[in-house]
Design a protein around this ligand. Structure first.
Ligand code: ADP
Length: 551
């Protein structure tokens, strides 16, 4: 811009300089022409006086005056001419200046001489004898004028040009300086030019708009980051080239990458070509979903294109952790298989015995044995079904059961009393110790916990063994301890015994009437009371199980 202004000012200066030069030359030319004519007239008068006094002799003593002198008779015949032979010259009576001098006493004229190829000035004076003295001289041409003034003109033009350049440079810089100093953040500070006020006002309002839009954008981004950051699901936004625009914490954790991948290609886990296909499909504008296993977890991935202005602007990937759902389904499948398997054996036994009895193939003395067998298998089935019902009830949260203040010691006392016959039959001593301790809980579930733990301690014991049940009222918790000196549990199986249908020794469990669901019921019931379970068991020495109920 500075250069442009500089060039424009220079151009204006040069044009003005040339125009002034031509104007001055015109004026000067006019001035010099008039001056020349006055001089010619004065010389003509002097020559007339000379001829009046000396007659024709005047011409003989005439030096080169720089003018052409012609003496013309009253009838126009040329009597003398300083530059040509008078006799050869034509009659001058009709020459404008001669005629005027003959009529008025003096005359002048200006014309183009074809003989001399230049403009000539003429001044004529009438003498007392009626003859006419005429002086003529060539008029200055513009070129001669210019050439005669060439040196000063060049000096003046150079000085003017230099001054113009210097002023143009200073001026252009001065004009542009406030514009260069314009602060885009504070355009209102530019008050150097009144004409720029509408522009600065527009800039100002746009500045405010931009600021407000940027703030709004930042606010929305923060909101989005906060919302997506707290999502359990992984969320990834991609642009139309497949580069990551946004990725939330859950997605980075799941894919095992850092947030630095923003702006780069979507990092895909190794060995998952189907994920690449899903992504490409979404970028082609198709929805899709796949289930994958990443780092031992199961995920459902949904991919959808983002359409903006009827064009694909990118894609969204949503990762949902379905590990729990899958393991729950797996558990349900296993549970159903286990239940069917557990029910199959007693049903077969019952069906077999009943068939033999019905066909009369059992001797009369064996009938009670077969009937007892049927009864015992039916009882087993009833216990199993009861346990399944209890467990599914606990699975649903046991919300219909009321919590109330319950004395754990009192409950333990009732259980010990009810199990004493079974303990006696098994040759195991069963003792209760401790103190009264009240907690808030569901009595039926608490009873189930104590009963199952004591029942196991008797079942998985040996003759002469003992079971000690203790209720301890601690500062924060009430601890129930069931300790036996029975067969114990191998360390690697101590965690697994709480799984459904898990038994250390299946045949022994069946023999003693176990369903494999007792400890699962204990685990669930304890969980509903926020009571952690502790186990310490040494094979051959015995087992101690503790349940800490928060007060
Ligand atoms: P079950 O109906 O078979 O007793 P549980 O869920 O109550 O089922 O127990 C699961 C398994 O844990 C049992 O089969 C048994 O092998 C083992 N177990 C439970 N309690 C004891 C204990 N006090 N001593 C030794 N083994 C035990």
């Amino acid at each position: 811009m500075t250069k442009r202004i500089f060039r424009s000012i220079c151009l204006v200066a040069v044009v003005v300089l040339l125009a002034s030069f031509m104007l001055i030359m015109g004026v000067l030319y006019d001035y010099f022409s008039n001056n020349q004519m006055s001089q010619l007239k004065a010389q003509a008068q002097l020559a007339a006086q000379g001829v009046e006094q000396s007659g024709a002799d005047y011409f003989s003593g005439l030096d080169d005056t720089g003018f052409r002198v012609t003496w013309i008779s009253a009838d126009g015949t040329v009597l003398y001419d300083s530059d040509a032979e008078a006799g050869s010259m034509e009659n001058h009576h009709e020459r404008e200046e001669v005629r005027e001098a003959l009529e008025t006493g003096s005359g002048e004229s200006m014309r183009y001489s074809t003989t001399l190829m230049e403009r000539q000035l003429y001044a004529a004076e009438r003498l007392s004898d009626g003859t006419v003295i005429r002086l003529s001289g060539a008029q200055y041409t513009v070129l001669t004028l210019v050439l005669s003034m060439l040196q000063p003109l060049i000096v003046i033009a150079a000085a003017a040009l230099g001054l113009s350049l210097w002023l143009a440079s200073r001026l252009s810089k001065r004009i542009v300086k406030p514009l260069n100093e314009l602060d885009p953040d504070e355009p209102e500070k530019l008050d150097a030019y009144e004409e720029l006020r509408p522009l600065t006002e527009k800039l100002c309002s746009q500045q405010h708009q931009l600021k407000a839009q940027a703030e709004e954008l930042q606010r929305k981004r923060d909101e989005f980051e906060a919302a997506s950051g707290n999502m359990i699901e992984g969320l990834v936004l991609l642009n139309e080239q497949g580069s990551v625009l946004s990725i939330n914490r859950a997605a980075t954790r799941l894919l095992g990458i850092s947030r630095c991948c923003i702006g780069r290609d979507m990092p895909l886990p190794e060995g998952l070509p189907e994920m690449r296909e899903l992504l490409q499909k979404a970028l082609r504008g198709e929805h899709g979903e796949i289930s994958v296993h990443i780092d031992g977890g199961s995920y459902q991935i949904y991919a959808s294109p983002v359409i903006s202005n009827e064009k694909i602007a990118g894609a969204v990937l949503l990762f949902i952790d379905i590990s729990e759902k899958e393991s729950a389904e797996q558990m349900r499948r296993e549970f159903t298989a286990n239940v069917s398997h557990e029910l199959k054996t007693p049903l077969h036994t019952i069906s077999g015995c009943a068939e033999l009895l019905a066909n009369g193939m059992v001797k009369q003395e064996d009938v009670p044995r077969f009937s007892l067998q049927i009864q015992s298998e039916a009882k087993r089935m009833i216990t199993l079904v009861e346990d399944i019902i209890k467990l599914s009830h606990l699975d649903e949260g046991a919300e219909d059961m009321r919590r109330e203040q319950t004395d754990l010691y009192r409950l333990a006392m009732d259980t010990v009393r009810s199990l004493t016959p079974a303990a006696r039959e098994a040759g195991v001593s069963l003792e209760l110790s401790g103190e009264s301790a009240v907690i808030i809980g569901v009595p039926q579930l608490l009873d189930g916990i104590i009963h199952n733990l004591c029942d196991n301690a008797i079942k998985y014991n040996r003759r002469g063994g003992s079971v000690a049940v203790t209720v301890t009222d601690g500062p924060d918790t009430v601890r129930l301890t069931v300790k036996d000196n029975g067969i114990g549990i191998p360390p690697e199986q101590q965690e697994r015994i709480f799984e459904r249908f898990y038994r250390v020794d299946k045949s022994h469990s069946k023999e003693v009437g176990g369903t494999g669901l007792g400890l699962s019921i204990v685990k669930h019931a304890a969980k509903l009371h926020n009571a952690p379970i502790g186990i310490h068991s040494v094979p051959g020495e015995g087992t101690e199980i503790t349940v800490d109920f928060p007060k």
